[in-house]
Design a protein around this ligand. Structure first.
Ligand code: FRU
Length: 493
């Protein structure tokens, strides 16, 4: 039997998508303003790029079921990062280097060269010697139809790097040369390997950009590396460091040596449903970060991907976020401004709310898809803590605690739904501050909480139905004053 070409594999996938997408679109747990695939399973954002005046998102995609398998690259375009048009599948497993059913076209990135669009991705195959990962290139003249390049694989794992720990290339261009960083492992520790090329097809190893001595895990998935101001940021999802899903490092990079040294590190998101983010620069020079709003079964807090597979889909992206550098070299990560265009009716709320032990309830939008913003006025607040119950119904809720006395916050999802569990915890810097601002973005199946100008973010999935629409809050051991309280319904339709 002759082997299937990529085009016939794409045609087969498109047929299934066309059969399923309209039914899946009507299902109850679909997000209302977050990015999702048309059906099937999605995980990492791939190849994020602003190309010829449009945003392009590619993503890890199994069109055939609500579970991970045989990775394709889905593809969609948008003018505003919020309303998406799905395009044909861009990459499908088809070649000896990327065709294993438990492998396929793994994560990678996109770059424009001479007006054409190039995708650089990891092929995962298994031809009898275990899983083998290599870096590969596909290109497109029209930005829609891609062909895999003849010279693939363009990079094979170097000596000493296990063949199944060599993946997720991120490319960029600098002064006429292309650079690529990918995740790898050596002696059981994570490494980021740096390559360079004149043409995207022929690559030479440049240096170990950055490595773990054990403290940062045994593998870095989806490394990203980008300049911000006069510093460089290395971002990755480390395997083997407990509950941290996405870590950033801020420091200096030298194009002469290909080496990165960091001085500051932090979490891009403390929540349990934010993984494998990728960043890109848009036409306005903004650095935008998009993450997969879910996690893997190997994670210590993982329980379930939720019930949406029964509706024929699984996975969405967290809201696109803009990344900025603070004076102390930490990052602030906030929803892109475009989110405000989704606001429907404004909630009738008092601009100032005084909280005590009695619970105060609020109504914002339908209590499911909404934005709620306020600042904790620390000068007028003597309470030890403030507590929010979100997506509340009977004794179920996602519980957010701002523990002001101990300068920390937590988000507990044990009672939010039947599928999730665990409490994400982070520090909260209150000392010397007059106010602490909070923005909640709630959607059908997720809650994202941005605090302190985006210095602290927690993103969690909540698989609850529309009766779970309560919002209530109270303070403990004193009073708390919330100012600048504002709320809106949110909807992308
Ligand atoms: C991260 C990841 C990547 C890999 C892809 C496979 O979530 O495990 O390392 O390329 O997903 O779908």
């Amino acid at each position: 039997m002759s082997k299937e070409t990529m085009q016939s594999a794409i045609d087969r996938a498109q047929h299934v998508i066309e059969q399923q997408a309209s039914e899946v679109a009507k299902t109850a747990m679909r997000q209302r303003y977050h990015f999702m695939g048309p059906c099937g399973w999605i995980n990492d954002p791939n190849g994020l790029i602003y190309y010829k005046g449009k945003y392009h998102f590619f993503y890890q995609f199994n069109p055939y079921s609500g579970f991970w398998s045989q990775m394709h690259w889905g593809h969609a375009v948008s003018d505003d990062l919020l309303h998406w048009e799905h395009l044909p599948v861009a990459l499908a497993p088809s070649e000896i280097y990327d065709d294993h059913p438990q492998g396929g076209c793994f994560s990678g990135s996109a770059i424009e060269k001479d007006g054409d669009l190039y995708l650089v991705y990891t092929g995962t195959a298994n031809n009898g010697n275990g899983f083998e990962q290599t870096q590969n290139v596909a290109m497109s003249v029209d930005g829609v139809h891609f062909s895999k390049c003849e010279g693939n694989p363009v990079i094979e794992p170097p000596e000493g790097v296990p063949h199944d720990f060599f993946r997720d290339p991120k490319v960029w261009e600098h002064e006429g040369l292309y650079y690529l960083v990918c995740g790898a492992q050596r002696d059981g520790r994570a490494q980021a390997l740096l390559y360079r090329s004149k043409d995207l097809l022929h690559w030479e190893f440049f240096n170990v950009l950055f490595e773990s001595r054990g403290e940062w895990g045994f593998m870095w998935e989806c490394p990203d590396f980008f300049p911000l101001g006069d510093k460089w940021v290395f971002l990755c999802s480390p395997m083997g460091i407990g509950e941290r899903t996405t870590v950033y490092f801020v420091g200096d990079f030298d194009y002469g040596t290909g080496s990165f040294t960091y001085t500051v590190t932090g979490e891009a998101d403390w929540g349990f449903d934010f993984y494998a983010p990728q960043t890109f620069q848009d036409g306005n020079g903004r650095r935008i970060m998009v993450g997969w709003a879910n996690g893997w079964d190997w994670m210590p807090f993982w329980k379930d991907w939720g019930p949406t597979w029964r509706e024929g889909w699984c996975g969405s992206f967290a809201v696109p976020r803009e990344v900025r550098m603070n004076d102390d070299l930490t990052l602030s990560i906030m929803p892109v401004d475009e989110i405000s265009t989704l606001r429907s009716e404004m909630a009738v709320l008092p601009p100032t709310i005084r909280l005590g032990e009695e619970s105060t309830t609020l109504r914002v939008g339908d209590g499911v898809a909404y934005e709620l913003g306020f600042s904790i006025d620390l000068m007028q607040t003597d309470a030890a803590s403030i507590h929010l119950n979100l997506r509340q119904h009977d004794d179920r809720a996602l519980v957010v605690d701002f523990d002001l006395a101990h300068a920390r916050m937590s988000v507990n999802r044990d009672k939010a739904d039947e599928w999730s569990k665990g409490t994400s915890r982070s520090p909260l810097s209150v000392q010397g501050k007059e106010k602490l601002d909070v923005i909640l973005l709630s959607d059908q199946s997720s809650m994202e909480i941005f605090v302190d100008g985006g210095r602290v973010v927690h993103s969690m999935n909540v698989f609850a139905d529309n009766e779970h629409n309560g919002i209530s809050m109270y303070a403990k051991n004193g009073d708390a004053v919330l100012v600048d309280v504002k709320g809106y319904g949110l909807d992308a339709v």
